[in-house]
Design a protein around this ligand. Sequence first.
Ligand code: HT7
Ligand code: ZN
Length: 885
Amino acid sequence: SDTVYLKDYQSPAYAIEKTDLDVAIYPGESFVEARLQLVRQSGLVSELALDGEQLELLAIEINSQSLSKDQYRLDDGKLVLIEPPERFELYTKVRIQPEQNTSLEGLYRSRTIYCTQCEAEGFRKITYYLDRPDVMSDFTTRISAAKSECPILLANGNLVEQGDLTDGRHYAVWHDPHKKPCYLFALVAGDLSVMEDHFVTASGRNVDLKIYVEEKDLDKCDHAMASLKNAMRWDEEVYGREYDLDIFMIVAVDDFNMGAMENKGLNIFNTSCVLAKPETTTDAGFQRVEGVVAHEYFHNWSGNRVTCRDWFQLSLKEGFTVYRDAEFSADMGSPTVKRVEDVAMLRTHQFAEDAGPMAHPIRPASYMEISNFYTLTIYEKGAEVVRMLANLLGPELFRKGTDLYFERHDGQAVTTEDFVQALADVSGRDFSVFQRWYNQAGTPQLEVRDEYDENTREYTLHITQSTPATPECADKQPFHIPIAMGLLGDAGEIALKLRDEELEDLPTDNTHRVLELTEQAQSFVFTDVPEKPVPSLLRGFSAPVKLKFAYSRDDLVRLALRDSDGFNRYEACQRLALGVIEDALAADSGGELNNFTPDERLLAVYQQLLQEEGLDRAMLAYMLLLPSEGFIAEQQSVIDPIAIHRARGEVAGYIAKALHKPLLAVLENYDLRKPYKPTAVDIAARLLKNTALEFLMREPDQAVVDLCVKHLQQANNMTDELASLTALVNSRSPLAADIAPQKLADFYAKWQDESLVVNAWLALQARNANPGGVERVEALLAHPAFEANNPNKIRSVVGVFANANPVNFHGGTDADPEAGYRFLADQVIALDSKNPQIAARLITPLTRWRRYDKQRGGAMRGQLERIKHTPGLSSDSNEIVSKSL
Ligand code: HT7
Ligand code: ZN
């Protein structure tokens, strides 16, 4: 398919002032009548092309006159009107088939529920339209359906009318008073139960809150409702943003391509991001519900009231909204823990994307298929860029800037430049160099060298930046990089004074600075430094970069134990552990892994941390946790996933043995009967306990296995139950392996009616790193619990296997070392014609073939070729495959 370029943007030839839809749902087919009030925006237009896909046109009129064949034509995905008038009403009637729609965009049926997904370009599967975000319209939606099948009929805005029709049918009419682009359109029809609550806004308006779910799930809505109310209050307090309709609805559906969708006043959610109760949902699940509910709610301002001019601006709403939801979650729990979790994800997965063939700037210059650009780069790196802006301005100025942005652009479709301009206007800052974050892809690498002069007591940091070439640009200009930092002396933090700073300019917290790097190389000189310090750099991960500094292991010990920045304490542990694992890798390649003993300083740090009073339990858990295989892989020039698995396992086993006593104490001190609460403190306690359990189950004695089984059987919540089962299944010990199959079967028997728990059960087996992984995932696909068209099930088995089980994905089977790759390609090919968005996403691990040795890389490439030559391959998959070959 064709490439779309940002530079070709043209404003729309027509506005659509009003959109009147009538959607009549019948078994097997639905009819959509649209009345659009179109108004020409400039000059003469000889032809107007409306988007439309998979529509059967039944009638077409302009100003109530049927069109003759010379007044329009149907062209590959377009309805072209020839010489349209300056102002007119377009009437069309189309037939669509939601029951046949497995792509899950447009109007489709998820189990018994009819629902829509229009972002980015799904509205064109509902009716002919100008399907682009800068066409904003006033929508009225009439829905009719059989009352017994679909007692609930919902659309955006306020309910204005409803009633019964003949033949057991009924209807509802909804009007949305806010103009919006069609990607925010939604409707829902089905048999749903509702949980209701309300919220009083800061200015005293009442808002009805409704969460619609299947009746069996009504007991799983409390957490989403509480999260929604917290998010509404938080947005008022932190951003001064009030909700703007009298009703806010959430609907949960089982079949959904992403997590959720921010349709105006009618958010549609993947059940996995709404439903939660302690017995069925893990802590991570609770946190995801809180985060996604907040994210979609925050879009009401960052995305809906102020929207994107075109899809190149996607990060305008997504980066900003991810930043907002991350800060919200930080405020609801522990900010440092949230930061550690987000950075670990960013560095493992977004950095890999930025180093791969699909690398793109947070504002891409071109795309083939926009749904391929809902990426970690647009979302997570986009959020990092907003975070840097927020930190450069500080909280007061940033708030002034966002106020100006919302006020200046309310009701408009704008660009990322408009966002940065508002922040520049309130602060007087020059963001011209900073803008490069929007236009250049790739992860900058900082090389820092230090120098201390005992005589002058000057300490200098020499910093250079470089960014590797990415497909869109080989020659990068320097980025504007804020480097938050401090200096650690023998006795603690050192007071800082930069050479050019006046004494009266010094900040009150004089042990912390933000250095701003804007050039390729800069030096920063600190004066009056009493001793050679250890620099604590990039505190809080102040910029999405890779930092190289030649820390000695003793430096890292000091930072891990004594830095005032919680994030950098964690970071020092990661660096220390990574170094030790790399020692093990080196020993392995010399055939010496059996004789390997890890650097004792790592153990010494862990021992001290385990004894440290007042240390957040979650931080302790993350500091003990070795870097993931994925993260370790990212640091290697040529990835050997099997060796990485072996080396990491060796170090983990050693730690488990050496720390047996304190780890066992963590387990034994844990109160299994404490009632479940998803509070930060309790989540941290579970995380630490389950981290200890995972270590101990590497080489357990019978007593540890018994303890694990006890936790599995007595757990009063899914976090503990699943963690115990996972530890049992992953353990390589025969003591565990003997009982694991029965425990897996028991778990399934217990939870087989809870779809989301079954997903977790599938995922834990797909992730199992023990030998036989390919055979296991093949068996899972044949299990009755697997549903071939359900994205959550596909992700739980195929996605988890290919992304989170490297040793099996890359190891294959005894008979066929390429079996993992072949398995993935088979799944992509089978899915591509049914759900191209999900198929294209699954390809990602194969696109990284250049990072592996010749043989592995060649085999991965071979499977990409196979996908590429699939007859009728979707444009979604084609874009990924052709860009990565
Ligand atoms: N803005 C939403 C994007 C989305 C989406 C995109 C493509 C295909 C299906 C989709 N479902 C939802 C989600 C969000 O960021 O809030
Ligand atoms: Zn979003």
